[in-house]
Each structure stands twice: as C-alpha cells, then as structure tokens.
Design a protein around this ligand. Structure first.
Ligand code: TXD
Length: 317
C-alpha cells in the first residue's frame, strides 16, 4: 500500500511543525507549499534529515508550485498572516481573504478529492471561504480551532485538579475567538462533570470561571508572550489529530468548525461543534441539548461568526 500524501499549504511556524509531527508519527509523505518556495524546500529538507535519527520514513519536499500537491489525501492550510500584538483575529480578515482564493484554486485544480483542514484565521470565515471558493463538498472541508481550544481548557483543568491531562475531557463550542463557549457541564475528570467536582470541593465556581476566561483568551495570552506571531505547537498537534482520525478512519469525536445544514437550527455557515471524523470526512454532527444560558452564549458566538461572513462578502474578494 502506498503511503498517504499530505500537503501543507503554508510553511511558516505551524506548517513546519506540522511537517515534523507528521514525520515523527509516520502519517505519510509531506509536500510543503509556500509563496516562499525556498522556505518550504528548506524546512522539508531539514526535517527529512532528522528522519534517520528519529527512525521514520517520510519523503518530504517543498516549493512554490501547486502541481506538487497533486493527488494529496489530506491538505492542511495555514497560508496567510498570523496575529501581531494588539491585533484581533478579525483584523486578519482583509489580509487573509485574498490568500484563500489562491489556495482554493490550487486545491480545486490538483487535489479535489482531499480532506482539507483549514487553520488560517479568522478561522470560521476562512474555512467557509475556502469551501465556497474551492467547491469541494462541505463534509471534506473543516476548520481547526475546537481541538486546540479544548486542549487549552483540558490543560488548565488538569493543572487546577492536579491530575493527568489524559483523564480530563473538555467540551468547547462556537466560533474560534473571544466568544467561544466552553461547556463545563460536559467537561469531566474521568467522567465526573466539573459541576460535580465543584460540589465535591475539588475547586470553586470562581476558579472555573477564571479558567473559562483564560481558555477563551488562550491565543491572545501566547501572542502577548511571543511578541511576534502566534501559537504554533498546540495548533499543529491539534490539526494532526484531525488528519489522523481521517486517514486511519478512527471516527474520533472532535470539536471542529463545520458547515451547519440545519443542525442547531442553523445553516450555511461554519462554526465549531462536536463531529465524528472518519474516512468519510465529517461523518456526523453531534447535536447536544443546551441550557438557556448555554444557548444564549452559543447564539452570541454564531452571530459574531455570521457578521464576519457578511463583512467578508462585502469585501468582494
Ligand atoms: O486555532 C487556530 N485556528 C489558529 C489559527 C491558532 C493559531 C494560529 N492560527 C492562524 O494560523 C494564524 O492566525 C495564521 O493565520 C495561520 C498560520 O499561522 P503561522 O504561525 O504558521 O503563520 P506564519 O508562520 O506566518 O506562516 C504563514 C505562512 C508563511 O510562511 C507565508 O509565507 C505563507 O503562509 N503564505 C502563503 N502561502 C501560500 N500561499 C499564499 N498566498 C501565502 N501567503 C502567505
């Protein structure tokens, strides 16, 4: 059986980290694409030179020619510009709008059967634009944000409870941004929901509220520390988990930005909800029951995404 082919559009901080992780996990051969073809080629060669040391077989190449992505099984898109201190994700809208058009064209021409994971911000709008412009079926085009947001939530909860991150599950919904909705009711330590842990005296509501706030602002916290650029290790790991679930047909239940088609009473835009990712792409959208308070928070988040989609349409790009 031939190896999987994974194309990475954008060979910046996340793109390079993705290539390294894909190699270490032996998920397939990697093609890095970037407008700076030399950077893509250089990173590919550097990572491939680590393969004898770490003992993995992945062919890696890089360049600035879309033809090289031909027949890719998975495509992960990070092309665009990252956030600088003081910039919101939405400020990136105009800058990255044009980039998506070019990427969509490349995918449509050379790899229309691929499973596409978009990471570029502002995420919920960029993944929508990529799907619309590429014409690929919506169940094969998803956005990465929820896996990262819930990983941050899991880490902070594990630190609060002083337990392994492995035993903490977390549930995050809505758009990627300050309006994201972490659901504590569905977040657990070994199956025990967070509200029960509060009752058991493991923590307080105030501490959980602070963790929820820190999670929603998790990206900004890192942008501020780095001073140039945004998070890349955890975003790359998160996208690799999604790619792996597709390539191995694991059918993992992961929060991803997907096109809603009547689920949650909404349609025609992308927002983060739990989905099953398997060989068929997005195989199922999980609809959970909300309390009135959760519904209000989710609606608010969806409104923010919808507004951004309208702004995007207004740009005419
Ligand atoms: O949760 C999430 N979805 C995110 C999103 C978490 C963290 C960062 N997130 C966003 O990912 C971030 O706001 C950016 O929009 C993307 C990529 O972040 P990264 O940190 O990798 O940015 P870099 O290092 O600037 O890399 C971007 C690369 C860079 O090498 C550019 O030369 C290239 O994209 N680029 C292009 N490649 C191909 N085609 C075009 N048109 C293009 N324009 C720029």
């Amino acid at each position: 059986m031939a190896r999987n082919k994974i194309a990475l559009i954008g060979a910046g901080n996340i793109g390079g980290t993705l290539a390294h992780l894909i190699g270490l996990k032996e998920l397939g051969d990697v093609v890095l694409f970037d407008v700076f073809g030399g950077v893509a080629a250089g990173k590919a060669l550097d990572i491939m030179q680590s393969s004898p040391v770490d003992g993995f077989d992945s062919a890696m190449s890089g360049g600035a020619d879309y033809a090289a992505i031909e027949g890719a099984d998975v495509i992960i898109v990070t092309a665009g510009f990252p956030r600088m201190p003081g910039m919101s994700r939405d400020d990136l809208l105009t800058k990255n709008a044009g980039v998506m058009g070019q990427v969509a064209e490349g995918i449509k021409t050379y790899a229309p059967d691929a499973f596409v994971i978009c990471i570029t911000n502002p995420l919920d709008v960029m993944v929508w634009a990529l799907q619309q412009k590429s014409g690929l079926p919506a169940h094969k085009v998803v956005g990465m944000a929820g896996v990262l947001d819930s990983a941050r939530f899991r880490l902070f909860l594990a630190q609060e409870f002083n337990v392994s991150v492995e035993d903490v599950t977390a549930f995050v919904l809505g758009g990627h941004g300050d309006t994201m909705v972490p659901l504590t009711r569905y977040s657990t330590v070994a199956g025990i929901p967070v509200p029960d842990l509060i009752k058991m005296g493991w923590t307080t509501q105030e501490k959980i509220d602070a963790i929820v706030h820190r999670t929603a602002n998790g990206g900004g916290e890192i942008v501020k520390l780095l001073e140039k650029g945004s998070a890349f290790y955890a975003p790359a790991a998160s996208a690799v988990a999604m790619a792996e679930s597709y390539l191995k047909d694991k059918k993992r239940v992961l929060p991803c930005a997907v096109m809603l088609n009547g689920e949650y009473g909404l349609r025609d835009f992308y927002v983060g909800v739990p989905v099953v990712i398997g060989a068929g792409g997005v195989e199922r959208i999980v609809e959970v029951e909300f309390t009135a308070e959760e519904k209000a928070a989710f609606d608010k988040s969806c409104e923010a995404v919808k507004k951004l989609v309208e702004d995007f349409k207004g740009l005419g790009v």
